[in-house]
Ligand binder design. Structure first.
Ligand code: GAL
Length: 504
């Protein structure tokens, strides 16, 4: 495998102009954003508060520079410019998310917001006019506060509340939106609040609330999938998937291989196995382990809520594609006796007694959690194929953060180049069925607790300017060149890695 990789990398680098550097015909390129991160208009028209509005307003010190998404990129007003940028880049698709409280201000489908409906109709139609496909995420973390007050993702009733919201969106927009992502990164939805207290709702309750949330969010996804299948598929012929955040985790040394496989199941399997594995249910290794631990801790039953037979059936196979986000990697080893472990998933993995470290050659990016390891994306793709079979995978996010706003963002160009190269290797050498790639992100935006202090954008946004002027970076020109050529082309960069293409 290693030798094959070395040879292929050599070929990729030395014989530009061969078929190897081309993406398969039909492979699609896109870029992504999310509602709370770009829209602003937090109380525009009849929109109600989401948990991110409430969190940033109630705990301003939880966010870098006490910033929030009240205005963000002002995309609620400036969506035409976003569509224009998507067209400038030559994107095949634009992935954005819908804000649940913007569309359903009460959280329930008793009333649909006319303003919310109009905003998303405008955006969808604007994209289609330019020949760009809308790819829509239903839930990218901005839950209506009212539903949070009713227990949010720890209340099993939310599975129906979400299903109702999904049905509303399918009915309103399904004639034009053909790719739906139910959830963005359930691991973040369940673990960042309940295992770390860093994201809303900031109610840390590790080992309990996160596991209840985990079960409910999977079932909510499956109910939405079933609704699409039964009520809309025949009419609209679209596809529904779920997106998982995948930290590639490898063993620090060989002796920790078993533990690191368990860590991969914790990171990926907990949010995938029930849907994508042919046996369904929880990853067996963790189901057994958590049951055993719970018993020792004095619980009458496992902290991990069981699936009923019907739930298992509902979940199994509830997908048309796997949405994969990848940014960074970790190495796992068993914790030493008495060693302090920090909270999962940004720190360590205390549930399985694993310390997560980074390798010295993984260079840091702008975010504290981010170390650059291009091979991680390929390893993760191959792992998914091994675990779940020959499923269709759409890379729904990949991108690079920096602390500065430079337009000449050659680190980001290099990140894209290195990762796209690994994606090509996964397709051509490992036979992984990757159907598309999404750059995170179209424009700089509100980066959650990092606020506006780190940037991921292909386009810079001037947050000091009320017009929120957007300006293309070098990475935008590079990405436009890749899309235009449908290939990685060494002629795009000179020997100093400067971009030679004339795109943008
Ligand atoms: C993802 C998330 C995005 C974005 C990105 C960079 O986990 O889906 O919203 O913030 O990380 O941190």
């Amino acid at each position: 495998m290693l030798l094959k990789t070395v040879v292929f990398c050599f070929l990729l680098k030395s014989t530009w102009g061969t078929e190897d550097r081309k993406f398969p015909p039909g492979f699609k390129f896109g870029a992504a954003t999310a509602s709370y991160q770009v829209e602003g208009g937090w109380n525009a028209d009849d929109k109600t508060e989401s948990i991110w509005d409430a969190f940033t307003h109630t705990y301003p010190d939880a966010i870098a520079n006490r910033s929030n998404g009240d205005v963000a990129c002002d995309s609620y007003r400036l969506w035409k410019r976003d569509v224009e940028i998507a067209a400038e880049l030559g994107l095949d698709f634009y992935r954005f998310s819908m804000s649940w409280p913007r569309l359903l201000p009460s959280g329930f489908p008793d009333k649909i917001s006319e303003a919310g409906k109009k905003y998303y109709n405008n955006l969808i139609d604007g994209l289609l006019e330019k020949g760009i496909e809308p790819v829509v995420t239903l839930y990218h973390w901005d839950l209506p506060v009212r539903l949070q007050d009713l227990g949010g993702w720890t209340n099993p009733l939310i599975t129906d509340w979400f299903a109702d919201y999904a049905r509303t969106a399918f009915a309103l927009f399904g004639d034009r939106v053909k790719t739906w992502i139910t959830m963005n990164e359930p691991i973040v939805v369940c673990e960042l609040p309940y295992s770390t207290g860093m994201f809303p709702p900031p109610t840390r309750d590790p080992g309990v609330a996160n596991l209840i949330c985990n079960k409910n969010i999977l079932i909510a996804h499956a109910k939405a999938y079933k609704i699409y299948d039964e009520e809309f598929r025949a009419m609209y012929q679209g596809e529904v998937g779920i997106t998982n955040q995948l930290l590639w985790i490898e063993a620090e040394t060989e002796e920790h291989e078993e533990l690191s496989e368990m860590a991969r199941e914790l990171c990926t399997g907990m949010y995938s196995h029930a849907i994508f594995h042919k046996d369904g249910g929880w990853p067996p290794v963790l189901e057994k382990y958590i049951a055993m631990k719970s018993k020792k801790e004095g619980w009458p039953r496992s902290r991990l809520p069981a699936f009923t037979r019907e739930e298992k059936k509902l979940l199994k196979g509830s997908f048309d594609f796997y949405g994969m986000n990848y940014y960074t990697s970790r190495a796992a080893r068993k914790a030493r006796p008495g060693e302090k472990l920090t909270d999962w998933p940004l720190g360590d993995a205390p549930e399985i007694d694993a310390k997560l470290t980074k390798r010295p050659h993984w260079t840091p990016a702008g975010s504290a959690w981010f170390f650059d390891n291009p091979e991680g994306i390929r390893n993760q793709l191959v792992w998914l194929k091994k675990r779940y079979g020959d499923i269709k995978i759409l890379i729904t996010e990949n991108g690079y953060s920096s602390k500065d706003r430079r337009l000449d963002d050659m680190n980001r160009v290099k990140y894209y180049q290195d990762h796209l190269e690994q994606v090509l290797l996964a397709i051509k050498e490992d036979g992984v069925n990757v159907v598309g790639y999404t750059a995170w992100t179209l424009i700089d935006n509100f980066e959650w607790t990092d606020g506006y202090s780190v940037n991921f954008g292909l386009y810079d946004v001037d947050f000091n300017d009320p017009a929120r002027t957007r300006t293309a970076r070098a990475s935008a020109r590079y990405y436009a060149g890749v899309i235009k050529r449908h290939a990685l082309d060494s002629n795009q960069l000179d020997s100093d890695n400067k971009i030679l293409s004339d795109e943008l």
